[in-house]
Design a protein around this ligand. Structure first.
Ligand code: ADP
Ligand code: MG
Length: 292
């Protein structure tokens, strides 16, 4: 009877738009105590767009955007796509970039013409000795509106801010409420800055989050929760979520996410909705709870 009901549950899951790789993962879903969610592309849509450009001193908005796009045309980060698209939308000349380098979880750098250009978070600026104090309050204001502001520096002088926003999925708050009603703790992990993370967490009703998490540390957070006795699910979409998806008791990948995340996960959510996480838990509790 055991393998039979697992098979039935796996089939039912498919009707709900969940592709389940192993019956074992679905069984574990009935025992979950904590669900960890990635922010970008999981709680949010993963389709960011540029929402503000704030130039500094002699720079214009177009110059700031064109320099940022010059760096990002080589990057594959979702933030990069938004910036290049905005520059193309304004018909700007995007200069080629030399010696491009992506600093994982922090930003990008390179040479444009005779200038060194940096774009990224406060940590990237600090590591390169760029003084961000003149724009720190503008940056916080944008982050408090759940946007992701990035600093631009030219020859290690602050030149402006490019801010990007990724809309929160319209059903994320309702789905998180369902998880809470099922008695599940819901935590968010993000590489984004703490102010933006807090704004998103507040809007969707998450109480615990970790911000500025480096890609290699997401898995460590899952391990720590497991060591504390939590049966833990991870839900994510990105390459940087893959180790955490593999480590979790149940890894759930957003179907619209990267192949690397899908390969690392036990369950793929074809609906790209967090409601599917609650569906998986309800389904597995209803059909599998009494099975060893
Ligand atoms: P997430 O967990 O949200 O996917 P990442 O770890 O990829 O975040 O990045 C963390 C932060 O590093 C971003 O919020 C951004 O400030 C900065 N960053 C990363 N990649 C880039 C990039 N290509 N251009 C500009 N900033 C970047
Ligand atoms: Mg993501």
């Amino acid at each position: 009877a055991t393998p039979m009901s697992v098979m039935v549950a796996v089939g039912k899951a498919a009707e709900y738009g969940m592709l389940v790789r192993s019956g074992e993962a679905l069984q574990k879903a009935s025992h979950l105590t904590t669900v960890v969610l990635d922010k970008t592309g999981t709680i949010t849509e993963g389709r960011p767009s540029v929402t503000a450009i704030v130039p500094r001193q002699d720079f214009t908005e177009d110059q700031v955007l064109a320099l940022a796009a010059g760096l990002e045309q080589t990057s594959e980060h979702p933030l990069a796509e938004a910036i290049v698209e905005a520059a193309r939308g304004r018909g700007l000349d995007i200069a080629p970039c030399e010696q491009f380098e992506a600093v994982t979880g922090a930003g990008v750098k390179g040479l444009q013409g005779h200038c060194s250009v940096l774009l990224g978070n406060a940590r990237l600026m600090q590591e390169n000795g760029v003084e961000i104090a003149p724009m720190a309050s503008i940056s916080s204001e944008l982050a408090e509106k759940a946007q992701t502001p990035m600093y631009l520096a030219v020859d290690n002088q602050l030149a402006g801010i490019v801010s990007v926003a990724d809309p929160i999925r319209e059903d994320s708050a309702a789905a998180i409420e369902r998880l809470h009603a099922l008695g599940i703790k819901v935590m968010m992990l993000t590489g984004d800055n703490a102010v933006t993370a807090e704004a998103v967490a507040r809007q969707v009703g998450i109480d615990a989050f970790h911000a500025e998490v480096r890609p290699e540390d997401k898995e460590a957070h899952i391990r720590r929760l497991q060591a504390e006795g939590e049966v833990t699910a991870m839900t994510g979409d990105g390459i940087n979520d893959a180790p955490a998806l593999a480590r979790a008791d149940v890894g759930l990948a957003i179907g619209a996410g990267t192949d690397v995340a899908i390969e690392a996960a036990d369950i793929t959510l074809m609906r790209s909705s967090l409601h599917s996480v609650a569906d998986a838990i309800e389904l597995s509790r209803a059909t599998l709870k009494n099975i060893k």
